[in-house]
Design a protein around this ligand. Structure first.
Ligand SMILES: [Zn+2]
Ligand SMILES: [Zn+2]
Ligand SMILES: [Zn+2]
Ligand SMILES: [Zn+2]
Ligand SMILES: [Zn+2]
Ligand SMILES: [Zn+2]
Ligand SMILES: [Zn+2]
Ligand SMILES: [Zn+2]
Length: 461
C-alpha cells in the first residue's frame, strides 16, 4: 500500500484546527462521524492530535463513560461538506456550515427536533438550523415533517427555572449533554430553555420531581429542592466547600438537589433522594431497612471514590446496584449477598415474579411500578412476570413487601416450586409462617380468611 495515499493530508482550517489524515482501512472499533454523528465504517478522515472537543472540558460524570482514545473522525463525504448550501426546507436564504451552534443556549434541528452535537447548517438571519444528516436529505424525504419540529412547546415549566421550556431530543450516541437537575447524561426526550442567555436542559423525569419530598431514612423532616444559586447558598458557598450527598457520599456540585428543611447541610442528590424513597424491609442479614443504590447514584459519587464494601462477602459493591443501610456508617450488600429472591410469588400478582437487572418496555422514557404505580427507573432491577410477558413489572421493595412463597434465591439456593404448589390450601397459614421465619420478608399477619379473600380477588383480576 502506498504510504502517500495513506497519509494524505486534507488541510481544512474551517472544519477543524488541525490537518486531517486520510484513513483508508475500516476498523473493528465503533466510531461516529464528528459532523453527522452517524456511524462511521470504511474510509475516513481522522485528526490524530485531538480527541473530540467534548472530551476536553465536558462534565466529569459524562467523562466517566467516555473512551479516552476517542478521536475526531469524519466520513469522507462529511470532510468535504460545502460551506454554504441552498436547502428546499428554507429556500429564502442560504445556510452556512458551522462545527456547532455558534450562539449560547440550546437549539433543535428544525427538521428532526434533535439537539445537534455535530456540525450544523444555519441561517443566521432566521435562526433556521439543520443538522448535517437532515441537510443531506432532499425536500421529498423530509418536507412533510418539517412543520412539526418548529419549537414544540413542552408546556412545562420548572419551579427552578424562570422561562418556559421546549421539547427536544438528545440522540447522540456518545456526546450526551448533562441534565441541569440531576447532572446525568440525557438520552432521549429533553426539555430545554430556548433563551440565548440560558444553558438549561433537563430530563423529562427530572421535571416531575417534587419541590418537597420525604425520604424514609430521614423521617419526619421534609427535603426541599434547592438550587445552587438560591438565596440561601450563594455560588461561592458551593465553590468553597461543596457539601456531600448523605446517601452516596459524592460531592454536591449539582445545581439542584434536596436539602433537609431542619438539618443544615443534610443534602441529597435529586437522583439519590428519588431512588431511595422505598426501603427494603426487615431482613435477616441486617437489623435496619436497606436502600437500593443504583448505578446512576454511583456515577454521582465517581469523583470521590468512597469504598462501598459488602458486609457479607467483603468485596467492593461499586459498579453494580447494591443495597445500603442509611442508618449505619458503612453497611452494604450485593443483591446476591442480601440475598434477594430470584423468583418469588408475591401476593400482589397471580404468577411468580422473576428478578431482572432492568426492563425497558418502550421508548417513552416513563416507566411505572404496577404495585405502587410510582415511577420506576429503566436501569434499575425489577420483578418481571414471565407469564404476562412483562405486562406486570414491580419495584423490588414493592414485590417483596408481601411474599407468599419463595421459589429461589439469587445466591443459588433453590426451592422446589412443585412441592409448594401441592401444599393443601388449609395449611397455607402454617406454610406462610415457616417461610416467614426463613426469609423474614413477610410481616403480614392476615388471618386465613383474609388471605383467601385476597387470593380469590387476585385470580379474578
Ligand atoms: Zn459524517
Ligand atoms: Zn435534523
Ligand atoms: Zn431560561
Ligand atoms: Zn435529570
Ligand atoms: Zn448522592
Ligand atoms: Zn457481597
Ligand atoms: Zn444499619
Ligand atoms: Zn412500586
Amino acid at each position: 500500500m502506498n504510504i502517500n495515499t495513506q497519509q494524505q493530508l486534507l488541510i481544512d482550517p474551517i472544519i477543524h484546527e488541525h490537518p486531517l489524515r486520510f484513513h483508508e482501512e475500516a476498523t473493528e472499533k465503533l466510531k461516529f462521524c464528528s459532523a453527522c454523528r452517524l456511524e462511521l465504517r470504511g474510509a475516513s478522515y481522522i485528526c490524530t492530535k485531538c480527541p473530540d472537543r467534548y472530551t476536553q472540558n465536558y462534565d466529569r460524570y459524562v467523562q466517566y463513560h467516555l473512551d479516552p482514545e476517542r478521536k475526531f473522525y469524519l466520513h469522507e463525504k462529511c470532510a468535504k461538506l460545502p460551506y454554504e448550501i441552498q436547502h428546499p426546507s428554507h429556500s429564502s436564504h442560504p445556510l452556512n456550515l458551522y462545527t456547532k451552534y455558534p450562539y449560547k443556549g440550546f437549539k433543535i434541528c428544525d427538521e428532526c427536533g434533535d439537539i445537534p452535537r455535530g456540525f450544523i447548517y444555519l441561517c443566521e438571519e432566521c435562526n433556521f438550523m439543520l443538522d448535517v444528516k437532515c441537510a443531506a436529505q432532499t425536500a421529498q424525504e423530509n418536507g412533510v415533517s418539517s412543520m412539526q419540529h418548529k419549537g414544540i412547546e413542552s408546556s412545562r415549566h420548572h419551579f427552578g427555572h424562570e422561562h418556559d421550556l421546549l421539547i427536544g431530543h438528545c440522540s447522540d450516541p456518545i456526546n450526551q449533554v448533562g441534565c441541569n437537575i440531576c447532572e446525568l447524561p440525557i438520552s432521549g426526550q429533553a426539555h430545554f430553555c430556548p433563551g440565548s442567555s440560558c444553558h438549561y436542559i433537563v430530563h423529562e423525569s427530572c421535571l416531575r420531581l417534587p419541590e418537597k419530598m420525604q425520604v424514609p431514612f430521614h423521617a419526619g423532616h421534609m427535603m426541599v429542592m434547592r438550587s445552587k444559586d438560591s438565596q440561601k447558598y450563594p455560588n461561592y458557598f458551593f465553590r468553597m466547600s461543596p457539601p456531600r450527598c448523605y446517601a452516596c457520599h459524592g460531592f454536591f456540585s449539582s445545581i439542584v438537589g434536596y436539602e433537609c428543611e431542619e438539618c443544615p447541610l443534610y443534602f441529597l442528590h435529586s437522583t439519590c433522594a428519588n431512588s431511595l424513597r422505598r426501603p427494603l424491609m426487615k431482613l435477616e442479614s441486617h437489623e435496619h431497612n436497606l436502600y437500593y443504590l443504583g448505578t446512576d447514584c454511583q456515577l454521582l459519587s465517581a469523583n470521590y471514590n468512597f469504598p462501598f464494601n459488602c458486609s457479607k462477602c467483603r468485596k467492593n459493591c461499586r459498579g453494580q446496584p447494591f443495597y445500603r443501610c442509611m442508618e449505619c456508617n458503612d453497611i452494604n450488600f450485593h443483591l446476591e449477598c442480601v440475598p434477594l429472591l430470584h423468583i418469588v410469588k408475591s401476593r400482589h400478582h397471580i404468577h411468580p415474579l422473576t428478578l431482572k437487572d432492568s426492563f425497558i418496555e418502550d421508548d417513552s422514557g416513563e416507566y411505572y411500578c404496577d404495585i405502587c404505580e410510582e415511577e420506576r427507573f429503566a436501569k434499575d432491577h425489577v420483578y418481571y412476570c414471565e407469564e404476562c410477558k412483562g405486562l406486570f413489572l414491580a419495584h423490588i421493595e414493592c414485590a417483596l413487601a408481601k411474599v407468599e412463597y419463595v421459589v429461589s434465591y439469587l445466591d443459588g439456593q433453590e426451592r422446589e416450586e412443585s412441592r409448594i404448589e401441592s401444599e393443601p390450601s388449609s395449611s397455607d397459614n402454617e406454610y406462610d409462617s415457616s417461610v416467614n421465619s426463613e426469609s423474614s420478608y413477610d410481616d403480614d399477619e392476615q388471618s386465613v380468611q383474609d388471605k383467601e379473600e385476597e387470593d380469590s380477588s387476585a385470580q379474578e383480576s
